[in-house]
Design a protein around this ligand. Sequence first.
Ligand code: PRX
Length: 580
Amino acid sequence: MSNIGSYEKRRENFSWDIAKEVLGWKEGEILNIGAMCSDRICAQGKGDKKALIWQGFGGRQKTYTFNDLRVLSNGYAGFLQNLGVDPGDKVCLFMDKIPELYISFLGVLKMGAVAQPLFSAFGDESLEVRLFSADTRVIFTTRKHVKKVRKIQDRLPALEKIVVVEGNPDKLKEGEIFFRVEEFPVEDFNVYESGPETPSVLHYTSGTTGQPKGAQHAHASVWGQALTSSWVLDLKDDDVYWCTADPGWVTGTSYGIIGPWSLGVTQCVLDSGFTSAAWYRFIQDNKVTVWYSAPTAIRSLMRDGEELVKQYDLSSLRHLASVGEPLNAEAVIWSEKVYGLPFLDTFWQTETGSMMITNFPGMKIKPGSMGKPFPGIVAGILDLKTHEPVTEPGTVGLIAFRPGWPSMFREYVKKPEIYRSKFVGAADDAQPAELRVDESLWYVSGDRASFDKDGYYWFVGRDDDVINTGGHLVGPFEIESALVEHEAIAEAAAIGKPDEVNMEVVKVFITLNPGYEPSDDLELNIMNFIRKRLSPLAMPQEIEYSKKLPKTRSGKILRRYLKALEWGEEVGDLSTLEDD
Ligand code: PRX
């Protein structure tokens, strides 16, 4: 029997109070994600239960119980307090998927600070932009990654402490602190008296223009994350759960830390490079039962074929789900054939904090559809021009949600106008706190879709120029900015081009300054130049030289024109195209 039971009944009788009941939380109590995921589970008598089974390169394994999570996260929390960190301060977590990342995340929250996890493959510039924007006060990193922090620390006035939490303490620079939490477990820690609206996790996400935006979440998010983990991922007490995402991205925190641990579920983490064989072996060895992954990974597994699957015992698997990009019908059908289970698609965003439109266990799946809105979520499709909700099935419009769900982002750090612009009908002087509870508004996701006569949603594409490569959003502006810093480049436009595995990869069009000619040497030089500025995901796979880039009359580069040509699609309305 699935946790959700009947989707229709849950929708009819829905209240977020159900989530509070599931978590045993009562009005007026402290609500703290760090404590909820460790102290509370121990208080339920599950202190000795495995919380984390971690495997690194070369098969190295470590296991932590919920009691380990409790005392070690207390250790980080106490350490931060002694350091003088105040509630509300941002603490960045910049490391690989090592146990220290997962446990310090809880510790940061326990003492009331904001956890800002960043992807360890970020180069120093990607890191700098995000630390600068957030006024981050402390960074937790490792011996392996500290070099990148050193390079930028002089340009980060708010950054007071660099703490190395793993690796060899030798050769640290003056002022850098080494802290190995195992040496300082703390039995009792007074958890910060956070409430539902206390800021918790900060994730950066890319848009079409400008620098990445910091989407700030609050502790109430755990209600959404726990209930979706229960009803969509169907997590039960005896499950062994594997979320393949990195906590540098929202999936890796909402469903790779908070959701499962708030329910006291054992989860495993594999911190080594991807190969299909390694993944299957990991599932087999750990007897993974519930697996949450992404279409790019699924397509890679498909490419490696069915024969490989047969070499492993994957019979422990009972439930699979996917997020991040459109999950094509072929992938759903293939997984049903080779694993005996379909991947269930789930749609959500950094900003939504938890799943919004999903397929549920027990519900009829229409392969290729994202499913239906989670109970308690009011979804709609808005007309592209009028922004009125459409009523006719099959009409393509903007995916939108009525504000007020618990895990919704509370602001974009220091960008109130951009936050406001995400809500249809918002007054110019409306404050973020009003916007996110005003049920007469729509939060507009930036994606296009339609629903069918049975209420299933079908993804169409993004409504902006953001590139989705392997489930990771990349803003064209970031790439273009890095390119035009190169002395040879006059102008640049970045678009997504079709790719079999990653759905899209980055392609750039550039015009050269006088005196420069296209050549292999120049291309290599440009690539080396931008590699230092961009994360590996944002690196272009192709450079095309142009004499001129298509622009609107007001001078904005028309990326959608370039994209339509690349994808062989209708070019659409070009009335704003600049004259030749
Ligand atoms: O364009 C949609 C796509 O990923 C975007 C959100 O990306 P991000 O904020 O990085 O969060 C990713 C993980 C939650 C969306 O606006 N996207 C996400 N899930 C799906 C999807 N596109 C199609 N189908 C999905 N299931």
